[in-house]
Design a protein around this ligand. Sequence first.
Ligand SMILES: Cc1ncc(COP(=O)(O)O)c(C=O)c1O
Length: 441
Amino acid sequence: MNKQNKKYILKAEKIIPGVSQLLGKRPEMYLKDGNWPTYYKKAKGINIWDLDNKKYYDFSLVSAGTCVLGYSDNDVNKASIKAIRSGSISTLNPPEDVELAEVLLKDHKWAGGVRYVRGGGESMRIAIRLARAFTKKEKILFCGYHGWHDWYLAANHKSKKNLDFQLLPGLKPLGVPKGLSGTVIPFRYNNKSDFENIIKKNIKNTAAVVIEPCREGYPNKKFISKLRSITKKNKCVLIFDEITSGFRLNSSGAHKLVNINPDLVIYGKTIANGIPMGAIIGRKDLMNFTTKTFISSVFWTEKIGPASALAFIKKHKKLKLERKLIKIGKKIKKIWLDAAKKNKLKIEISGIDPLASFKIICPNWPATITYFIQEMLKFNILSTNQCYANYMHNDKSIKLYKEACFKVFYNISKILEKDNIEDYLEGPVKQMGFNRLTGSK
Ligand SMILES: Cc1ncc(COP(=O)(O)O)c(C=O)c1O
């Protein structure tokens, strides 16, 4: 591995706890012992150059799924540079806030108001505050991942296992007030017994039901409409967290596929193709509570975010980007399936096409996926068991990925026939990721 990279990791380990600000970008989530590039000098399209100018093809999550148009998209860049040149922030507000609200409300006719943030977790925090303020109730029922804030981690006060199947196993709610215990209860997506036991039992005292409309599969109309009718009947708020699912199956939310409107919907991540931006869109009576309680922050008033989001949404619609992402996602899934079939490996493939993941059924999956990442890197491909489809995954790069996958799957099948795959690792086994991302039960 390159010298500069190791130098930076060693320095970071001393002065930046965890090395990265995002769990998913810690090097040990891919390869430990300085074997993962970790730092980048430049990113463009689907390529990343590390600190020693080595060029990689990104077939992993493409920055946690933030840049569906590819890194450093020219049109989004143009809008953000124009915003910087005209003064990225001032005592007055950017008109782009209004222009973006008009675009978003045109796409969400049921809604009557929009607020902005710059991060996903904080937008979910606002949604929860609004629901509690509006309903004057406190309990939250949720499914999926919704950020790092206290309201969410409090789920693990009642039982340390509550977040096991939503996020990470064994997470301790350190620093989260015990007073929040019992205020937030998880349930599983489309699980009949959870619906009967958790949702029905608690709904009367509930302020909000929060879901990611889709993750391991496409949105389930029957389940979501059950949630819609039970929340309506019990006067609680239905919140769709589209921070990851948004802008992949159409030019707004995945929930549009099932034609069910929430009371609040949240977008983040890719809404401005990697420029920090997030939006909370909601029913007018609910959104009016943003001024009745106190929700306010200086950097939510800067111009680069909304200007970039306007450019991104315009380009997304023009390209009909979702069609391309779905097509590319299907190709990636087929590569995994064909490579497994050819090498007689048992494989499970899950996720919506643009957010696909695989798991080889074998005795030591953590070591096997570590080996996959390690060997794919030798083809200059950044990979893991998930691939977030990207507009810049063109035929040439997909061909490279396919050839590498077939070779690595072949090696895996040969090793698994007789050997311990851990003996083939050049470093320790990687740290396993979010359960909800890997589709693990
Ligand atoms: C569905 C969902 N909600 C919330 C978040 C938190 O967003 P952020 O990391 O921007 O705070 C994420 C991030 O992965 C997410 O996928």
